[in-house]
Design a protein around this ligand. Structure first.
Ligand code: ADP
Ligand code: MG
Length: 148
């Protein structure tokens, strides 16, 4: 497994985390997989909103916690936004249709719950809260590639 660090940044406001998503959107291509990790309120949805503002500007983005997945159509790509918070088994994952999604960009919140189902290559976005400063987040983006 090869891990290439692409970004390691501290954000101090939700807007900065959103902007990291905006900047990251230019790197993303159809078929890419973006796995987000981080606790409740870390800023995963803010980051995805930033991505979506570039790729699917007309979409209204919110955490699809109850529906599990929302699909946003852009002019050039489709963005599939999963929230895996309630996915606790592989049966759940099969039931929500996860393995049927293709020809799109996939972004998953709560990737902790589906680590076994992540593809061989993906972007890993980790957003970590700071215990001592309520609006501070450590944001890292790496590209994970399975070695051939
Ligand atoms: P998640 O999807 O990880 O549960 P959200 O993006 O829905 O998180 O919400 C993040 C919450 O944290 C929002 O209430 C936001 O205002 C707040 N927040 C405070 N500081 C930051 C920051 N630096 N980055 C992102 N969100 C922040
Ligand atoms: Mg969320």
């Amino acid at each position: 497994m090869k891990e290439t660090l692409l970004l390691n940044q501290i954000t101090y406001t939700p807007e900065e985390t959103y902007q990291c998503g905006v900047d990251f959107a230019s790197k993303v291509n159809n078929g890419d997989f973006i796995a987000l990790f981080g606790d409740l309120g870390a800023g995963k949805t803010h980051f995805i909103k930033g991505i979506a503002s570039v790729l699917t500007p007309a979409a209204h983005v919110q955490s699809p916690t109850y529906s599990i997945v929302k699909t946003y159509q852009g002019p050039n790509v489709t963005l599939c936004h999963f929230d895996m918070y309630r996915i606790t088994s592989e049966d759940d994952l099969i039931s929500c249709g996860f393995f049927d999604y293709e020809n799109c960009i996939i972004a998953t919140e709560w990737s902790e719950n589906i680590e076994y189902a992540l593809p061989s290559s993906y972007y890993r976005v980790n957003i970590q809260k700071d215990d001592t400063a309520s609006n501070t987040r450590m944001l890292t983006i790496s590209l994970i590639q399975q070695e051939a």
